[in-house]
Design a protein around this ligand. Structure first.
Ligand SMILES: [Zn+2]
Length: 343
């Protein structure tokens, strides 16, 4: 666990944190609301976090996050215990006149009671029981998770994915067989918004995203972040490329891309050298939530996809497998043997 940039609740509530920045928040879980559907048929859920000063901040969880957080909370040994969560990579947003934070599709990660000093600061306040009614709604029946999270509509094998005729998020399970580092293993990101940044003629780093302050002011700070292209296979097809970004990589290996690059530079190595730490992914199977892009994948037929979530959770993998075998009438054992299923 490393490199959190915790935003002050008061600053968010007062509208002092620009909506373009990615921030992390830490707080005691105070209230978890029900899942609701917006007018555009998107599912969301609002939770309330409380900081050490008693400031309460609303956080809107979108789509998969509506069930990911309760699932993470329900895994704690004592469900009645108060919880401190870190939500990594959210953005401030003004909604109905109130500043809050919301999760972001590609980057948000939850950490429940992580082992960091900031969580210890909450310990004295955790003995106070959570207000009644506040943590009751976290139990979601399995069916609900299935419908919401992985369903017939969004489960694919790798060959299905290549033939997909619509854009959107899909779940696929596969084994990483190789790293493709022809385009490097990291990118130069803008500190403010995580978009790509480039060096200007004046030698300053400038964000490429027009809405960002780092573009408008023609200066930002560059932070190297992981952008790793994996070759992934499954029994249905030879190979596709999945591109996995920063927070998803750091779920499995400790050093950040910036630390890794600094180490390579210190050893006077070539920046393009692939850090051996990334070999940890090879020959491992994961559940991938990938984005099928209308232009690149559907129209132009590119077989390189962006991964928004990488998971090695055995329960989720098995859930995917049972759904998949039911849908396509293939034998469990055939897929299990090919993919080194965890169970
Ligand atoms: Zn930027």
């Amino acid at each position: 666990m490393h490199g959190f940039r915790f935003a002050d609740f008061k600053d968010v509530i007062d509208g002092k944190v620009p909506g373009t920045h990615y921030i992390d928040v830490i707080g005691k879980v105070y209230e978890i609301g029900p899942i609701i559907e917006t007018t555009h048929k998107h599912k969301c859920r609002t939770i309330k976090l409380e900081d050490l000063e008693g400031n309460q901040l609303c956080c809107t969880l979108w789509e998969p996050h509506t069930v990911e957080l309760p699932a993470a909370l329900s895994k704690l040994p004592n469900p009645d215990q108060s919880k401190v969560i870190v939500i990594q990579c959210v953005q401030a947003k003004r909604f109905e006149g109130v500043w809050r934070v919301q999760t972001t599709f590609n980057a948000t990660v939850f950490h429940v009671n992580p082992d960091i000093p900031q969580v210890k600061d909450f310990e004295p306040s955790l003995s106070t029981p959570a207000p009644s009614n506040s943590l009751q709604i976290i139990e979601i029946p399995d069916d609900d998770v299935d419908d919401d999270y992985m369903s017939r509509e969004n489960i694919r094998s790798i060959s299905d994915l290549k033939e997909n005729e619509k854009a959107g998020y899909f779940y696929t399970y596969g084994k990483i067989v190789n790293l493709d580092c022809t385009a490097g293993w990291y990118y130069d990101s803008c500190k403010l918004c995580w978009s790509k940044c480039i060096k200007s003629d004046k030698g300053k780093w400038v964000c490429t995203r027009e809405q960002c302050d780092g573009y408008i002011n023609r200066v930002t700070t560059r932070i190297p972040r992981y952008q790793v292209k994996f070759e992934v296979t499954d029994p249905s097809d030879d190979c596709v490329h999945f591109v996995v970004f920063d927070t998803q990589i750091n779920q499995f290996i400790t050093p950040t891309a910036a630390e890794m690059l600094a180490k390579i530079e210190e050893l006077a190595g070539d920046k393009e050298d692939i850090p051996r730490e990334l070999d940890a992914f090879i020959d491992k199977s994961f559940l991938f939530k990938v984005y099928v892009h209308e232009k690149f994948n559907v129209s132009q037929g590119s077989t390189s996809y962006t991964v928004s979530t990488l998971s090695d959770d055995a329960d989720l993998a098995n859930k995917w497998l049972s759904k998949y075998t039911e849908m396509f009438k293939v034998e469990h054992s055939k897929i299990k043997n090919t993919l080194n299923f965890i169970n």
